[in-house]
Design a protein around this ligand. Sequence first.
Ligand code: AMP
Ligand code: MG
Length: 471
Amino acid sequence: MKNEAKDIVIELNKTYLTLDKIFYTVQSPQKVKEPSIYCYNKELAKKLNINLSEKEIIDYFSGNKIIPNTTPFAQAYAGHQFGHFTVLGDGRAIVLGEIRYKKKLYDIQLKGSGRTPYSRGGDGRATLPTMLREYLISEAMHHLKIPTTRSLCVIQTEENVHREKVEKGAVLTRMAQSHIRIGTFEYAALMGVKELKQLLNYTIERHYPELKNTDNLAQKLLKKVMDKQIQLIVDWIRVGFIHGVMNTDNTSISGETIDYGPCAFMNSYDEKTVYSSIDTHGRYSFGNQATILKWNIVRLAEALLPLISENENNAIEVAEEVLKVFDEMYQSSFNKMMSKKLGLLSKKEKDTILINELLTLMTKYRRDYTNTFFMLSNNENPFTEEEEIKWFNRWKKRTENQDLDKTLKTMQKNNPTIIPRNHFVEKAIRDEKKFDRFLDALKNPYGYKKVKKEFQSPPESEAGYKTYCGT
Ligand code: AMP
Ligand code: MG
């Protein structure tokens, strides 16, 4: 006799499919040749209550079989890419459905799963090294306690994927609070007010249900996304993360880091740092991320205008009222974050000067961002130059009346001992043993008692190091 409960391999919801059909296309993943598991996130699977056999993992997360009772689909969206508006959509991703975890729904999505109606000229595929890169860095971000999409699995395939050279193919299973982006609202705005309103209501229900049954929802959503995204970028700055492609289609409404394409972690401190091969003008440089976020939030505001007020002038006024506190909010969050990195337990007027002077000196002497703060958090002096030592003495004096233990604990919670440095990432994604070791080390970035020294060293040189989009 057939056991019905056994037929449910993973219980996935399909709430997104209640939206108008313009928001998605029902689409199955394309089959792949000879899939095998490269890595599987057992910890995450356990949390999500996913209990699959090896064969099921391969079948379902390669896209070769469809999970029973699901309706896979590709999402439609738009976005400003490097400042230019384009209509897009999942060109190489398929949402399998939404899994429930702690009362919230999370998308389970395959990436690299073949062409969709939104693929444009692309092949719909992804290479093994780039999907491993996403797995490694997104998991590192999670353990750094930064909101992020997560990676459940990388399936390796025997498909040949043609990039600069021929690479093995891969399908990544990613989990996200949702894949609704600023670009989804830009797309809805293009479609019409009815569609925009539908997306707004869906988003509120899914992400911000506490706002339900209140008025001025569009204005409130704008404010929520602005708050969440400011916190996110401040967190990126805390650990030296450069997203690299902060287009509005890569800015999530939930406030999670999404799209690990050309991202990278900075070694020596310099606001101008850029790794992305196509970011020739530094639009998405380390120090420009807050400015770009604000630009992106203005795009969200523009999309929401028809829902803020029927009268356009009124709507603009209301949106401006929300946006006008952006700079102040960012600066205040940034200062709070930096104060924690420096163990400044109370707020003092001259703290911003102390912070800015340190950043100027670190730029001048090309100090490693992570290791400098790591040493300070270990009560060590990382400096050698006279003006640096002067700064160090001033900082010591500023913190001398504080409880040392408390000061160091605050610093150690905010300054990682290791980050996924580019030169280790590059080696790890080409060697299975190194991958496992590195991933393991990245799971405990704030463990000052068990520091993984082998992954702390900066590269000998970064000259010519570049990262790539959508590879
Ligand atoms: P990204 O730079 O990863 O945010 O991608 C921008 C857009 O290009 C998204 O709509 C992707 O789905 C699409 N895209 C990226 N790579 C491919 C590919 N190999 N095939 C089809 N579409 C792609
Ligand atoms: Mg993207």
